[in-house]
Design a protein around this ligand. Structure first.
Ligand code: UD1
Ligand code: MG
Length: 456
């Protein structure tokens, strides 16, 4: 089958009114990736050699998103929404290039998997002219019903056009289908508008192909993978299904999730074997974790690279550009942004490290802050190998601390510190014997005098 060329035509011209959103429906994200990009990925994984998106509502915004998330895809505009067959024909130019298979998909059906699409394409390879992806939803209301006769699909009837008898059929049209390229345009051009909605229905090509004596079949997929999204409740449902699949995949690939239902992955999270993820961890986009890491509870991680055997959290925040090398530690209430924490370095408590390098085996004390921003520009802090930064220090960038440098607690460091130097950046302590007692007595008698005056 892999030798057959395939064009995926993804319909995404709809408004998605029920999302109640200024943004086109198919740009709403699942696992941080717009729905339409999930659909494009599935099409590519099913062997699509060309991908086309039919857009309409919010065309400019759609084009930008396609450029960013699916740059290989071409867009065609459907000016008026006259039905699903009409929408497919908006891509006539691409279809007429002569592909073996045309895979029609919906931009709002993000959980469709490559196997379901490949199964439909397989039917074409075996000689069918059209293969429709069917499913059995808990309630068939609202879906087109698949009418079969001795293993062949003879018609798809939209709910509004169904007889009472046909409405009882539970096997429904998921919306997606594979059509052989050599027949596609001819079949689509024969579609009319004689139906309750007066639209050009893609589903009509089933009867049209049958009348030409061509073979039409249905495949069956799970309800989950054919779930169409119309509102934000369904969006959340799809997110939950996606996350459940991904968690399972992670666990089966050797990652321990102690409370899987509380860990959220991004569409692109990479996580190595023997990593342990404690409860309530959020992975935003762009996270890569090698093996043997420990990600402790309530950590929020995005755009970060975490090498082997690192220890992160609890309550750590790793932001884009955080680069933790082997055995680095970033502990509770620490934030790291655009910074490298080299091998074995420790940033354990209540610290902000931004635009910086923390050298191998350096130790950053509690409450250390890299002051990287003056309100206009960002500056770099370089901390050498084996340096020790005492608690509650402010490192005012640009500044560097040499290898083995030692910073006294509570310092405000504004000048670079050479290798192996000790730097104090704070006022010297003054201790006056007996002065504490004297002060306390003075304060007590003043308070007593005020109290007496108030009573008179
Ligand atoms: C469609 C199917 C129905 C199936 C259901 C599954 C048809 C005629 N009906 O119905 O059998 O059970 O999906 O969810 O195909 N679109 C356009 N331009 C248009 C019309 C639609 O781009 O002119 C796009 C929509 O944005 C959407 C997709 O096509 O992504 C499906 O359209 P929709 O109106 O949701 O079709 P349904 O009535 O749900
Ligand atoms: Mg729909």
């Amino acid at each position: 089958m892999s030798q057959r060329s395939c064009l995926s035509v993804i319909l995404a011209a709809g408004e998605g009114t029920r999302m109640k959103s200024a943004m086109p429906k198919v740009l709403h994200a699942i696992a941080g990736l717009p729905m339409m990009a999930h659909v494009v990925k599935a099409a590519e994984a099913a062997g699509a050699t060309g991908v086309v998106l039919v857009i309409g509502h919010g065309a400019d915004e759609m084009r930008k998103a396609v450029q960013k998330f699916a740059p290989k895809a071409e867009t065609f505009v459907q000016e008026k929404r006259l039905g699903t067959a009409h929408a497919v024909l908006a891509a006539r130019e691409a279809i007429s290039k002569g592909y073996d298979d045309i895979l029609v998909m919906f931009g709002d059906t993000p959980l469709i998997d490559a196997q379901a699409l490949a199964a439909a394409r397989q039917k074409l390879a075996e000689g069918a002219a059209v293969a429709v992806i069917g499913f059995r939803p808990p309630s068939p209301a609202g879906y087109g019903r698949l009418i079969e006769k001795s293993g062949h699909l003879i018609a798809i009837r939209e709910e509004k056009d169904c007889s009472d008898e046909e409405k009882k059929i539970g096997f429904c049209n998921a919306g997606m289908m594979a059509v052989t390229g050599k027949h596609a345009l001819r079949l689509l051009d024969k579609v009319g508008t004689k139906n309750a909605k007066g639209e050009f229905y893609l589903t009509d090509i089933v009867e049209i192909a049958g009348a030409e004596g061509l073979d039409v079949v249905a495949t069956e997929e799970s309800f989950e993978s054919a779930l169409g999204i119309n509102n934000r409740a369904e969006l959340a449902e799809a997110e939950a299904i996606w996350q459940a699949r991904r968690r399972r995949e992670a666990m089966l690939s050797g990652v321990t999730l102690i409370a899987p239902e509380t860990v959220y992955f991004s569409h692109d999270t990479e996580i190595g074997t023997d990593t342990i993820v404690e409860p309530n961890v959020w992975f935003g986009p762009g996270v890569k974790i090698a093996s043997g890491a420990k990600i402790r509870a309530f950590s929020h991680i995005e755009g970060a690279t975490i090498a082997s055997n690192c220890d992160v959290g609890p309550f750590a925040r790793l932001r884009p550009g955080a680069d933790l090398r082997n055995k680095a530690k970033v502990g509770n209430f620490c934030e790291v942004k655009q910074a490298t924490i080299e091998e074995g370095a420790k940033v354990n408590h209540l610290t902000y490290i931004g635009d910086a390098r923390v050298g191998a085996a350096a130790n950053i004390g509690a409450g250390t802050i890299t002051c990287n921003y003056d309100g206009y520009s960002k500056f770099f802090t370089d901390i050498g190998e084996g340096a020790f930064v005492g608690s509650n220090s402010s490192l005012v960038a640009p500044v560097s601390i040499g290898k083995g440098g030692y910073i006294a607690s509570g310092s405000v460091i504004t000048e670079s510190v050479p290798d192996d130097a000790l730097a104090f950046g704070r006022a010297r302590q003054k201790t006056i014997p007996g002065k504490g007692k004297e002060l306390r007595e003075r304060l007590a008698s003043a308070a007593a005098a005020r109290k007496k005056a108030a009573a008179e």
